[in-house]
Design a protein around this ligand. Structure first.
Ligand SMILES: [Zn+2]
Length: 163
C-alpha cells in the first residue's frame, strides 16, 4: 500500500515519482519502505535487495566480503542516522565497506544522506575512499534511488544496530 508525504518540491526528484493534488501547489512524494533483511546483513528498500542491486557481495567468502554497516554497528550506524559525521571528506555516508577488515579507509559504497521535512533521503550511490575526491558510479548505481524514508520510521529501523 503506497503511502505519500507532503514535501516541499525538491529539484532533483524524477518527475515520475510525484503526484499532485489538482491545482494545489502541494506536492506529494511516495515514501519508500526501509527494512533490514538477511539476518541484519542487508537493507531492503521496498522489494529491492540493496546489496545485490548495487553489485555488493555481503556474503562473499573471506577477504572478498563487503560487509553492510549494520554488521559493524557503532559510529557507522550513527553516521547513517546523521548523528555523527561520516568521516568521509565528501560528507557521504557508507552503506557497505569494500573490505571485510571493518575500516572505512579501505573504501566504501556510500550514498548522499540528507534529512529534510521529516524525511531522510538516500541518493547518489557509488564507491569512494575517505580522503580522496571522486566517486565511482556504475551506470546501475547511478540509476538507483533517490529513496525517501519517513524520518521517525528510519530511526526506529536503524537504531537497534547502533550497539
Ligand atoms: Zn581493509
Amino acid at each position: 500500500m503506497p503511502r505519500f508525504m507532503i514535501l516541499e518540491p525538491f529539484t532533483d526528484w524524477p518527475p515520475s515519482r510525484w503526484a499532485t493534488l489538482g491545482d494545489s501547489l502541494l506536492a506529494y512524494r511516495q515514501v519508500d519502505e526501509l527494512s533490514i533483511i538477511d539476518e541484519g546483513r542487508d537493507f531492503a528498500v521496498g522489494r529491492i535487495t540493496l546489496a545485490k542491486h548495487l553489485g555488493i557481495s555481503t556474503r562473499a567468502p573471506g577477504w572478498q566480503a563487503q560487509p553492510c554497516v549494520l554488521e559493524l554497528g557503532g559510529s557507522l550506524v550513527a553516521g547513517l542516522l546523521l548523528d555523527e559525521p561520516s568521516g568521509f571528506e565528501s560528507g557521504r555516508v557508507p552503506l557497505y565497506l569494500l573490505c571485510p577488515c571493518g575500516a572505512p579507509a579501505c573504501g566504501a559504497l556510500t550514498a548522499r544522506v540528507r534529512a529534510e521535512n521529516g524525511t531522510v533521503l538516500w541518493s547518489d550511490f557509488g564507491t569512494e575512499v575517505p580522503y580522496e575526491k571522486g566517486l565511482t558510479q556504475h551506470p546501475h548505481q547511478r540509476r538507483t534511488g533517490p529513496f525517501v524514508f519517513d524520518a521517525a520510521e528510519y530511526r526506529t529501523t536503524l537504531a537497534p544496530y547502533l550497539g
